[in-house]
Design a protein around this ligand. Structure first.
Ligand SMILES: [Zn+2]
Ligand SMILES: [Zn+2]
Length: 158
C-alpha cells in the first residue's frame, strides 16, 4: 500500500494528493484516449472526487468534444497539462497516471477498448482485457464496489 501518492503538472503550479488507494486503474486503448493523449493509450486512476486533494493551484475545466458529447477535462491554467477528467458521475475522478510523481506506483487493473489497440502494443496475460468496456460488478474488488456505492449515495443526498 502506498496511499498518499502525489502528482502535478509540468510547471508546478498545480499539485494534488490521492488520499487513498485507487478504486481501480484503467488502461484505455480507445480512439478518443489516443486522440486526447497523442499516444497509444491513457492510464486512468479512478478515485473518489473527495479523495483527490488539491494541494496547490486551481485546475481549469475544459469541455472537450467526445463524439456528440463533451468530456470534462481539468488542466493546469498555465502549462495546460491535463490532470484528470470526468466521464459519468462527478463523484469519481479519472486521474491521469502520467501526472503522478511516481507513475510506476500504479499499474492497470484492466485493459479496455482493445479493439482499437495499436497493433504493436502487447498486453500482459495476467491483466484482464476487453474489446470494449467491462462489468464493474464482476471485476472490481468488493472493497472498491463498497466505496463506489458510498460515493454515489453521498452524491444522491446532495
Ligand atoms: Zn502547470
Ligand atoms: Zn478511452
Amino acid at each position: 500500500m502506498s496511499a498518499g501518492r502525489e502528482g502535478g503538472c509540468a510547471c508546478g503550479e498545480l499539485r494534488y494528493r490521492l488520499s487513498s488507494e485507487p478504486l481501480f486503474v484503467h488502461c484505455c486503448h480507445c480512439l478518443n484516449c489516443q486522440l486526447q493523449t497523442g499516444s497509444a493509450f491513457v492510464i486512468n486512476v479512478l478515485i473518489e472526487t473527495d479523495r483527490l486533494e488539491l494541494l496547490a493551484g486551481e485546475p481549469e475545466l475544459v469541455p472537450v468534444p467526445r463524439g456528440t458529447k463533451k468530456q470534462k477535462i481539468w488542466r493546469c491554467p498555465t502549462c495546460r497539462i491535463a490532470l484528470y477528467s470526468q466521464y459519468t458521475t462527478p463523484r469519481v475522478r479519472f486521474v491521469r497516471a502520467g501526472t503522478l510523481d511516481d507513475p510506476a506506483s500504479v499499474a492497470p487493473d484492466v485493459h479496455i477498448y482493445t479493439r482499437s489497440k495499436l497493433p504493436w502494443v502487447e498486453l500482459p496475460e495476467s491483466v484482464p482485457a476487453f474489446s470494449t468496456y467491462y462489468d464493474t460488478q464482476k471485476l472490481w474488488p468488493a472493497a472498491s464496489l463498497e466505496r463506489l456505492e458510498a460515493a454515489l449515495s453521498a452524491g444522491r443526498r446532495t
